[in-house]
Write a protein that binds this ligand. Sequence first.
Ligand code: SAH
Length: 239
Amino acid sequence: MWRATILTIFPDMFPGPLATSLAGKARARGLWALDCIDLRDHAPDRHRMVDDTPAGGGPGMVMKPDVVARAVDAVGADARPRLLMSPRGVALTQARVRALAQGQGAVIVCGRFEGVDQRVIDGRRLEEVSIGDFVVSGGEIAALALIDACVRLLPGVMGREESAHEESFSDGLLEYPQYTRPQLWEDRPIPPVLTCGDHARIAAWRQVEAERLTRDRRPDLWAARQARLTGAKKGPPKA
Ligand code: SAH
């Protein structure tokens, strides 16, 4: 079973929002599992200290390498990747999420304060993963986002209703715009093509819209897709 093991000083934050909705139901059905290790349980001193002042000076505190290492070692070696949530990490993508979902789970270290002593990142080969170019106050929220993204892709978690096949990033494109009833809302109609009943025309419209949105909003994704298509066809991309 897919299993997330979280190393944190705030185990009360889990499962948190993952107890509800799709992820919560899936966990109740035994489709994935979650366990938390309290980093403070691995602090050797009686004050359960997990942090100390930064070498070289400056504000804030740094998580101690010995405490994090003891907690990581307590998990033991298994096939799961060991991740450290970190704004310095490689940015999480849907492709990485898909790969993680196909594996056996993840061991996830949640940073706090100014971060984690570099020596335990190196010594325990923690792979730094970022959820984007912004800073949240702890790795817990980042870990929740990562786990949610993985869990929804596990077999049996999403029904046909919530199918992941055509959503954003599945084909390197952002998703086309969505509409629902009423047909006319505040003088704005649903695009007529969506109510014409011709599935081929609808699919073509959605493809054009997805490409338009991606080109306008995410030139980085668009360029990567064009390069991929060009490479695959060994010719120039069609205009
Ligand atoms: N001083 C650090 C930020 C520390 S924020 C720096 O400037 O890089 C405290 C913790 O929150 C981090 O150790 C990390 O675990 C988590 N965190 C903050 N932003 C994150 C992000 N974008 N992605 C993943 N984790 C993040």
